[in-house]
Write a new protein. Structure first.
Length: 112
């Protein structure tokens, strides 16, 4: 009888651990997506304000350091959650639409 209860307790512990792990992973993934969205939005806005499109350039790079410097000079980019990220290696690569000079695609690389 003791062996049966021991197996049940072990199974319950395993199920609780798996569910907790899945919830933690899901929350971490949501936080990462939110940080990427903030970085993307800030980088595209920075591009519109401070960079000009050049037909010979295919990809423009905006670093977290550039965004923080702009914030120090009066901008208000939401960089919440990016405080511990590398200022030079956390980047947004912006590909522009040459017809209108606006961002066509933005890929974010977080190094946190």
């Amino acid at each position: 009888m003791k062996g049966k209860w021991g197996v049940i307790v072990i199974i319950i512990i395993i199920v609780v651990a798996v569910v907790t792990g899945l919830l933690f992973f899901k929350q971490s993934e949501e936080n990462l997506q939110a940080e990427e969205k903030r970085m993307k939005k800030a980088a595209e806005s920075y591009f519109d304000k401070y960079m000009s499109s050049n037909e010979s350039t295919q990809v423009y790079i905006v670093t977290l350091g550039m965004l923080e410097k702009a914030n120090n000079n009066g901008e208000e980019y939401d960089l919440t959650g990016l405080e511990d990220c590398s200022k030079t290696d956390t980047v947004a690569e912006i590909t522009i639409n040459y017809q209108n000079g606006k961002p066509k695609k933005t890929e974010v690389t977080l190094k946190c």
